[in-house]
Ligand binder design. Structure first.
Ligand code: B12
Ligand code: SF4
Length: 564
């Protein structure tokens, strides 16, 4: 097997709900797909990784490589094409893969190689072809066939931890439910496949050995998709955490029926799960039935969410506007639902018919798929479904849906409304207080555990940085990492200088939490800091919606997507 130099390039995401970069210049999460790919390459190959979300891709990088490997998800499409062009201009062959090339391979025909699907098995075939001199090719994994126990420990060593807010890992792929708009079940199947418990602990152990401490995101499609396997994992995860003094706190995605399982909730709490993304989609039962999201029906959403709060987990939720079943404006019921559940952070998006979904197939049958991308705004539009969607002919007037989206985003991210929800969350959340993490001596960072994730690569703001951590310790709020405290302090310092009204709101919210429920302090602080991203982001979404509505008004006869 001849040695090869592979340059892995992470394409850029645009501005987005998810792209929270407050208090530092970091990118939220690591490119888990590409570091998994790197781990599948022969040991004799040399890999380098450049993440265009945090660093520049130079000609020297490209000249070093024998091949460039790139790809990712839909919002990275246009930058993936840019990377392909840049590499080819330096005479380097390109290999693309990842969820979007898998869903829409034809869009990536410019690349010399397309290696599609979950590549754990098919990678060997590609490497053999490369070794035998092939310089073009299409390799496709059989869908849902990968045994997760064969997925290697990702090459975390290729990442610069200074660039990321948190690390991630994956326990399972797939989800047993059958939501009509969902592409996860098409890409990863409805029978969740899991890694072994030993595998998960080995991955966490690798992060521990590197000296990483802090948030680890389980990027599972639905962590409770295979409850039996999760019940086997959690006791060992708790033991791992206890033995090391709780070095990690976990976030994940799960369906709302998690709230029905007290035993599981208690184990997740003891393992230190603190953050959970839940797809609520709509408060309207007919819509949930029509979109096949029946697990969200026959329950009080507010009761379920509040139960998750009482189990120590912050809930972040996804909502969708633009379903066929909407009989009139959905703005008020959705705002009321968000208020009642007291979820501060909600991703409210326009329905998007993703490639290869049941929804897209139905709309095609009905002759309703629109041409174009469904982009609502101009080039500055965020690269997610807050402004991009409705890439089909809607049943309700398109303008009305856009007005709903505008109204909901404007109201829920109004400063007073947002912080009211944070205060309610702060009173309900039963924050888990694990003992402070033990010091580490890993190769990435040999500082004490609480400082192990390193400062962002941005110039430091002026201000007394020691003050906030000292205050936290003084009021008995240890266990918060120094990096988090530094981000909090730096952000607050900037707010205090620039926006007195917002600063006052944050002070009021923090005071409310300290007086009524100090165990929720970390969560409340986190939510306050998120507003520094969400406030301006919501204003950009509202402006994009205004532009899209104006476009609809100017083109009343056109029933399809707005400006493309
Ligand atoms: C975690 C996650 C997120 C996170 C973090 C994303 C990030 N920055 O990495 C957050 C929450 C931010 C997110 C947001 C969104 N996401 Co997302 N996300 C995921 C999720 C659940 C896990 C991703 C992951 O790390 N997987 C683990 C790795 C190991 O798997 P993988 O990336 O698929 O990699 C494997 C193969 O694809 C392949 N591979 C990957 N890259 C490459 C490259 C090469 C060269 C090769 C050969 C192979 C290869 O090898 C790996 C091993 O088999 C996936 C679903 C899933 N199960 O993957 C959705 C998914 C990727 N997201 C998706 C979407 C649509 C979005 C959003 C647009 C949703 C929205 N409502 O706005 C936003 C946009 C984000 C943005 N603009 O910033 C879709 C993408 C569909 C598509 N056609 O591209 C997915 C597939 C499912 C879904 N609907 O959520 N997401
Ligand atoms: S619950 Fe979530 S992951 Fe599962 S099918 Fe529905 S949308 Fe997809």
């Amino acid at each position: 097997m001849s040695p090869c130099k592979a340059l892995l390039v992470v394409p850029r995401f645009g501005d987005s709900f998810w792209n929270v970069r407050v208090g530092g210049g970091r990118y939220p999460s690591i490119p888990l797909g590409l570091v998994t790919v790197a781990a599948l390459l022969p040991a004799s190959w040399t890999c380098r990784l450049v993440d265009r979300n945090v660093e520049a891709l130079s000609d020297e990088d490209l000249d070093w490589a024998d091949m460039v490997m790139t790809g990712g998800m839909l919002p990275q499409y246009s930058d993936t094409l840019t990377v392909i062009a840049l590499a080819q201009a330096r005479g380097k062959p390109v290999v693309v893969g990842g969820p979007d090339p898998t869903s829409s391979p034809e869009k990536y025909a410019a690349a010399e190689f397309r290696v599609l699907g979950e590549v754990e098995k098919v990678m060997a075939e590609f490497v053999a072809a490369w070794d035998s001199g092939a310089r073009r090719g299409l390799f496709k994994a059989e869908p849902f066939s990968v045994d997760m126990t064969t997925s290697p420990i990702p090459r975390f060593d290729l990442l610069n931890p200074r660039y990321y807010n948190y690390f991630s890992m994956q326990f399972s792929r797939g989800c047993p439910f059958n939501c009509e708009f969902c592409d996860i079940i098409e890409l990863y199947g409805r029978r969740p496949r899991v890694k072994s418990v030993d595998q998960v602990l080995a991955e966490l152990g690798t992060l521990w050995d590197f000296g990483y401490r802090g948030q680890v995101d389980f990027v599972d499609d639905n962590l409770i998709g295979n409850k039996k396997a999760l019940r086997q994992l959690l006791p060992r995860l708790i033991a791992f955490q206890e033995e090391r003094g709780y070095p990690f706190k976990f976030s994940t995605e799960a369906s709302i029926n998690l709230a029905d399982d007290d035993a599981l909730l208690e184990m997740m709490r003891r393992a230190n799960f603190f953050w959970i993304f839940v797809g609520i989609e709509s408060p309207d039962a007919d819509t949930l039935v029509q979109t096949q999201k029946k697990q969200n029906t026959r329950r009080s959403l507010a009761d379920s969410v509040h139960k998750l709060y009482r189990s120590g987990m912050i809930v972040v939720a996804g909502f969708i506007v633009g379903f066929d079943s909407e009989k009139g404006s959905v703005a008020r019921p959705m705002i009321d639902c968000i208020e009642e559940t007291a979820i501060p952070l909600c991703m409210v998006g326009l329905l998007y018919a993703l490639p290869n979904t049941q929804l897209t197939r139905r709309l095609e049958r009905e002759g309703r798929m629109a041409m174009g991308s469904g982009r609502q705004g101009g080039e500055s539009a965020p690269s997610d479904q807050t402004t991009q969607g409705l890439n089909f002919r809607t049943l309700r007037p398109r303008r009305d849906i856009l007005v709903d989206q505008r109204t909901i985003v404007a109201e829920i991210y109004d400063q007073a409304a947002y912080f009211r929800r944070v205060r309610r969350l702060g009173r309900m959340l039963d924050g888990f207080r694990p003992p402070p993490a033990r010091p580490s001596k890993g190769p990435l960072d040999a500082r004490p555990a609480s400082e192990a994730t390193v400062a962002p690569p941005t110039p430091k703001a002026k201000g007394p940085h020691w003050l906030f951590p000292a205050l936290c310790r003084a009021v008995g709020l240890g266990g918060v990492s120094m990096v988090e405290l530094e981000i909090v302090f730096r952000s607050l310092w900037q707010v205090a200088l620039r926006d007195r009204r917002l600063f006052a709101e944050i002070c009021r919210t923090v005071a409310d939490c300290l007086m009524r429920n100090p165990s929720a302090f970390q969560a409340v602080m986190r939510m306050c800091i998120f507003y520094l991203h969400m406030g301006p982001f919501a204003r950009r979404v509202v402006a994009e919606m205004d532009r899209a509505i104006a476009w609809e008004d100017a083109h009343p006869a056109c029933s399809y997507a707005g400006p493309q």
